[in-house]
Design a protein around this ligand. Structure first.
Ligand code: COA
Ligand code: ZN
Length: 355
């Protein structure tokens, strides 16, 4: 079939029903990433883990619990509630057990927790995590700095943790830090990233893999290529993309990934976050910015944006500083402003000029 016949034969993308989002006459002609056509994008909140782990202020346990509850009520598909790491390494999350135990669980929401080793896995399983998010780095230097092990040693530990999780009937996701570059080593070859992914899927049997852009080095062409390569090789593995907005490419990277077949994204409330062991790291892509943009494009994120924004507005008081969120700063696209106080006088003067 030639290209034109193929286009004619292709089913028309479904129209997005009128709702919050205007529909344009040109919608039906739009293809691929620009027309969400109600496609579900799974939003996975990491603000209470990736976000809070770098904060100097210790957010009180009851406020963390309230944040997680608000996020699940807002419709997040998955929430990375906390991390079961050494409290000396990450003091901000030293209350992991209590937080995970005391949240109100919404049916359908997956409550996951970051786990670096067997000790962390035992703690997370004991506190009833639905999923363990194991972590290692695609770069040897970052793995040593962050986890104090070589990558091979980390892989050995992850294999043990996965065996423990299997026995406890808890799902396993593996996050591969620095998949799009390392702040100390530079580019990490795609072949290295895909080989670790292969070992996670084929040797460990992970349900999901997250490719993490730990310090915002990813750019859209690279994201599209790696996402496409992953999807092609492991179509049945849950693939998540985890971007930081360090260089302002976060949303562009999300769109590049969707175009290449991804439908799961980590994001952080208010855009807070960063790895304390990665030089120059800053916040994740901002949950409310991503939801706002994707809903305008006709994607179904399942998230109540108004609730999400209200929750994000609580953050500055909890962490003691301003947050990156452009949506909290500027409001939604159609949050309109009053006309100037002397508007009538301006109008009259302008009209008088015409006569
Ligand atoms: N939970 C609680 N305590 C833990 C722990 C865990 N998962 N893992 C280790 N510890 C404790 C040990 O009991 C030990 O305590 P002690 O000094 O009182 O005896 C101490 O931490 C050091 O343990 P050790 O096994 O020697 O680990 P380490 O010093 O080599 O540290 C990590 C390895 C990975 C556990 C630690 O560096 C860590 O938790 N890092 C956090 C990484 C992180 O979250 N980065 C950001 C997210 S990507
Ligand atoms: Zn991160």
């Amino acid at each position: 079939m030639n290209a034109r016949a193929e286009r004619r034969a292709a089913p028309k993308p479904a129209r997005v029903p009128a709702g919050d989002r205007p529909t344009y006459p040109s919608d039906e002609g739009l293809s691929s990433v620009w027309n969400g056509a109600n496609k579900r994008i799974h939003m996975q909140e990491v603000g209470t883990r990736d976000g809070l782990q770098v904060e100097e202020a210790f957010v009180p346990t009851e406020d963390k619990i309230a944040l997680v509850n608000a996020l699940s009520q807002a419709g997040m598909a998955k929430i990375e509630v906390t991390a079961f790491v050494s409290p000396q390494a990450i003091p901000a999350l030293r209350d992991a057990e209590i937080v995970l135990r005391e949240i109100e669980r919404q049916p359908g929401v997956v409550y996951t927790a970051l786990v670096p080793n067997v000790r962390g896995a035992e703690r997370a399983i004991e506190a009833h995590a639905d999923e363990l998010n194991l972590v290692m780095s695609a770069s040897e230097s970052h793995n040593l700095a962050n986890l104090r092990m070589t990558r091979e040693q980390s892989f050995g530990v992850l294999s043990q943790v996965a065996a423990l999780a299997r026995r406890a009937n808890v799902a396993v996701n593996i996050s591969l830090s620095c998949s799009f570059g390392c702040p100390m080593e530079g580019d990490v070859p795609d072949s290295t990233v895909l080989d670790w992914a292969r070992r996670f899927v084929e040797e460990i049997g992970a349900r999901g893999v997250t490719l993490c852009d730990t310090t915002g080095m990813a750019y859209p062409g690279q994201v599209a290529a790696l996402t496409q390569a992953f999807r092609k090789r492991w179509p049945d593995t849950e693939l998540t993309l985890h971007f930081h907005n360090t260089r302002g490419m976060g949303l562009a990277n999300v769109l590049a990934a969707i175009d290449a077949g991804a439908d799961r994204f980590d994001a952080s409330l208010g855009g807070i976050g960063g790895c304390p062991y990665a030089p120059g790291a800053t916040g994740n892509v901002c949950s409310e910015e991503i939801v706002h943009a994707l809903e305008l494009m006709g994607y179904d994120t399942g998230v109540d944006l108004a609730r999400l924004i209200d929750t994000s507005k609580r953050l500055p008081a909890l962490i003691g500083h301003d947050i990156p969120s452009q949506i909290v700063k500027a409001g939604r696209r159609l949050d309109l402003h009053r006309v100037p106080a002397d508007f009538e006088a301006i109008r009259e003067r302008a009209h008088a000029r015409n006569t």
